[in-house]
Design a protein around this ligand. Structure first.
Ligand SMILES: Cc1ncc(COP(=O)(O)O)c(C=O)c1O
Length: 368
């Protein structure tokens, strides 16, 4: 592709020697699971996130499941979340035996709409699970106020947004827990599967550490049924090589997002918005138009990649049919699912690439 959607190899290329050295260090040290690299990564992420204890796990899905489990969310509980997210968010709720309750989203930021959340709180509601979707921070001040008012716990799904900031502070510092994914296409990636749980306090972190290792602190006494879900030291060592570059990568994504606007894409498509005072890190650049299929075909013709994400929102997925949602229940999410298209976005994107994308996308649309 002349302009790829993301370009992982270009991002890693300049760091190849450092990555090789980090891998060699782990091989030489001979500690592969729960070793010094994992601990060092947990410590440096914790330092960034107001000293909140961080626990590495095997992937971002396990991070959600373990966080919910550690907060005692289970059968009979309802967890309010967004329908416009990757399936893992809703799956994790169901995996712990709870029921996802889907609320509509804000069409500007694609994040959970606090007013919709208020309307769905009932006697069984135990938690809110906002997603900082596509790199935009969810409205944490409003959601935390709702949670406090109703005695709910909050888990921030931060898989797509490491480094994004709400006006009141960096994401993953608000909820009782927050979760990250280090899947290779994420804005803060690894080179395989990996995840992390950020905890409100040491007591919760202790439970998460126990759950990630079969419910045991010491491999001798097994206190509860847990998981086998650790972040291995090879992954942690590689992620640590990327860590100093995270903010620079995020800044370049934001600059590229600005170019899309400056090149005039907003005259024909609805561009992703940013809430006042928020910092969007543009994990994905999602623009909307009712003629999405035509735009996508034109981009393909011009050798430009694009992709549809979450084309079927969670409340209409077959797996949740028993919950009884029907089309039209959550109109904003459904409209976004129908019309939003991910355009190329990565730290190496050039202004020329963006101009190519905008030219190809808009040429197909009727300007009159
Ligand atoms: C919003 C969201 N939540 C959770 C996950 C799950 O992360 P993982 O793929 O590491 O299990 C992902 C990514 O795939 C995601 O995008």
């Amino acid at each position: 592709m002349a302009v790829p959607l993301m370009d992982i190899q270009a991002q890693y290329g300049p760091l190849r020697a450092e990555i090789d050295a980090a891998i060699a260090g782990v091989l030489d040290g001979g500690r592969f699971i729960l070793g010094p690299e994992g601990r060092a990564l947990e410590a440096s992420v914790s330092e960034r996130l107001d000293g909140r204890p961080c626990v590495g796990v095997a992937n971002g899905t396990d991070a959600l499941v373990i966080a919910l489990h550690a907060l005692d969310i289970g059968p009979g509980d309802e967890v309010i979340t967004t329908p416009y997210t990757f399936y893992a968010t809703a799956e994790a709720i169901a995996r712990v035996g709870a029921t996802p309750v889907f609320c509509d989203i804000d069409p500007v930021t694609y994040c959970l709409d606090p007013d919709a959340v208020r309307g769905r709180i009932g006697p069984a509601t135990r938690a809110i699970l906002p997603v900082h979707i596509f790199g935009h921070p969810a409205p944490m001040a409003e959601l935390m106020a709702i949670a406090r008012e109703h005695g709910l716990v909050v888990v921030e799904d931060s898989a797509q947004a490491f480094g994004a900031r709400a006006p009141e502070g960096e994401i993953a510092t608000f909820g009782d827990a927050a979760t990250f994914s280090f899947f290779p296409t994420k804005n803060f990636p690894g080179m395989g599967d990996g995840g992390m749980v950020v905890c409100r306090d040491e007591e919760l972190a202790e439970r998460v550490r126990r759950l990630r290792f079969h419910g045991s602190k010491d491999k001798v006494v097994f206190e509860e049924v847990g998981y086998n879900s650790r972040l291995d030291d090879l992954q942690a060592a590689i992620i640590r090589v990327f860590y100093p570059h995270l903010d620079g990568w995020n800044a370049r994504r934001a600059e590229a997002a600005g170019w899309y606007a400056e090149e005039g894409l907003g005259e024909l498509m609805t561009l992703p918005g940013v809430a006042p005072g928020a910092t969007h890190i543009y994990h994905l650049y999602m623009a909307r138009h009712p003629r999405r299929a035509d735009i996508q075909a034109a981009l393909k013709q011009a050798d430009v990649a694009s992709a549809v994400y979450y084309g079927i929102p969670m409340h209409l997925q077959p797996v949740f049919a028993h919950l009884g949602y029907t089309e039209g229940d959550l109109p904003v999410a459904e409209e976004c699912a129908r019309t939003a298209l991910a355009l190329p976005m990565h730290p190496g994107l050039t202004r020329g690439d963006v101009a190519t994308v905008v030219r190809a996308a808009t040429a197909v649309l009727d300007r009159t």
